[in-house]
Design a protein around this ligand. Structure first.
Ligand code: LLP
Length: 433
């Protein structure tokens, strides 16, 4: 591994800009930390996920600074990127976890995330998952229905425990998200309990020895770039909080979820500072402990997906750039129409632009990374970087079409760690009996 020593400690260097803009170019070539992306691909093969740890750290600090006055618990949303080493790093930087399954709980605990810093959302918590979470003594369940509350009560009673819970309130706020699949805060979605009905659940919980209603939760969607829906949802929830406190519900926490939008290279992300200015005074006024559940906003921009061009094929009017990674490794473009900037890992100087479809090797017309994209015409054998792939990339990857999942590499300045090895053909059949 060659290490690329530009910019570090040279006074006029790139140190600070690397923090804010991961994967800059040096001598025309993309770098991660102090290492050339091309070298990483040569050492670990493609397709490959590469994460820049410094950029993740700076994102965590950004949230901490913005919400400083409220001293929030940053419960990182594990579903965005669940790599164990990455979770361990986030734990070391004071993050807890927002989990949505027993599997994510297992990961979070395996990575050393403290049980008191874990909240559990999700509409379908099974008996087994609830038992596991009670055994692990997590901070709280964010409950999404009356039936779930009854189930938690029954299990906690059987185990001789008291379960700490909050109700996930559906505030009926339709936040604008890039795709309807990622809006969760309006009444047509399966998430949460209608805010008008939440009070009844708290009343029921208050009367049960094995339930300890200590919080309230809201999460209105993902990749939201406007502040208004957060404020509207929070004000609705605070209305409920007022009534609950008056009724003697001993609330301790207010979880405003995640969904903070980032810049995918088109438009801009959510202004976290401006959001905090609206949220913090309201939360301080409520006297409750603030919980934030950022996922994408901590890790998306810190990741790239590196893939190699296999063939360039012209069919009539169309040019297809066929790469070695597709919807099985990064499903966001085909599933949500998600936009990811794509560019050559090496120099692009003077190359003609062309309009191409960047497609994967999977036998589906819907297998693409970009459609009708204007970019420097890629060459066969060349590496391409798909940006902003650190969130919902690997975690949504599958083995479809018999494809081993890619390796993941974590870079911290000059330090390069393989944090997940590439799967083998043996791995593909290892669970079958
Ligand atoms: N909290 C809860 C309860 C959630 O359901 C989610 C995401 C988050 C926090 C974190 O949201 P974030 O800050 O990452 O936006 N696969 C989709 C996104 C699905 C989000 C699901 N829930 C995508 O690739 O855009």
């Amino acid at each position: 591994m060659r290490v690329w020593f530009w910019g570090f400690g040279d006074g006029g260097g790139l140190g600070q800009s690397v923090l804010n803009h991961p994967f800059p170019r040096s001598d025309g070539r993309l770098v991660c930390g102090a290492v050339l992306l091309g070298d990483l691909a040569a050492d670990f093969g493609t397709p490959l996920y590469v994460y820049d740890l410094e950029s993740i750290r700076s994102r965590v600090e950004g949230f901490r600074d913005a919400f400083d006055a409220a001293e929030p618990l940053i419960a990182y949303s594990v579903k965005a990127n669940a790599n164990l080493t990455l979770l361990r790093e986030l734990a070391a930087h004071g993050c807890g976890a927002d989990i949505t399954s027993g599997g994510e709980l297992f990961r979070a605990r395996s990575a050393g995330i403290s049980n008191e810093m874990i909240v559990f959302a999700g509409v379908g918590k099974s008996e087994e998952e609830i038992e596991f979470a009670l055994d692990e003594d997590i901070y709280a369940f964010n409950v999404e229905s009356r039936s779930e509350l009854e189930r938690i009560e029954g299990i906690a009673q059987r185990m001789g425990l008291s379960a700490r819970i909050g109700v996930r309130v559906n505030p009926n706020v339709l936040a604008s998200t890039p795709h309807e699949y990622t809006a969760t805060g309006h009444s047509d979605t399966k998430f949460g309990v209608p805010w008008e009905e939440a009070r009844a659940l708290y009343r029921w919980a208050l009367e049960r020895d094995s339930l300890d209603p200590i919080g309230i939760d809201v999460h209105i969607g993902s990749q939201i770039v406007e502040i208004e829906p957060y404020v509207l949802a929070l004000d609705r929830v605070l209305g409920v909080v007022k009534d609950l406190v008056a009724e003697g519900v001993p609330l301790k926490y207010l979880d405003i979820g995640g969904g903070f939008g980032i810049n995918y290279g088109q438009g801009s992300g959510l202004d976290i500072g401006a959001l905090a200015e609206e949220i913090v005074p309201r939360v301080l006024d409520s006297g409750l402990r603030l919980i934030l559940e950022p996922g994408r906003s901590l890790v998306a921009e810190a990741g790239v997906f590196v893939t190699e061009v296999q063939y360039v094929k012209n069919c009539g009017q169309k040019t297809f750039v066929i790469v070695d990674g597709g919807m099985s490794e990064l499903i966001r473009p085909s599933h949500y129409g998600g936009y990811h900037q794509i560019e050559p890992v090496g120099p692009i100087d003077g190359r003609a632009e062309a309009v191409v479809d960047v497609v994967g090797p999977i036998c589906e017309t819907g297998d693409f990374l970009a459609l009708d994209r204007s970019m420097p015409l890629p060459m066969e054998g060349e590496l391409l970087a798909v940006r902003t792939a650190g969130a919902y990339g690997f975690t949504m990857a599958s083995n479809y079409n018999g494809r081993p999942r890619p390796a993941e590499v974590l870079v911290d300045g000059i330090d390069v760690r393989l944090v997940r090895r590439r799967e083998t053909y043996e791995d593909l059949i290892s669970g079958e009996v």
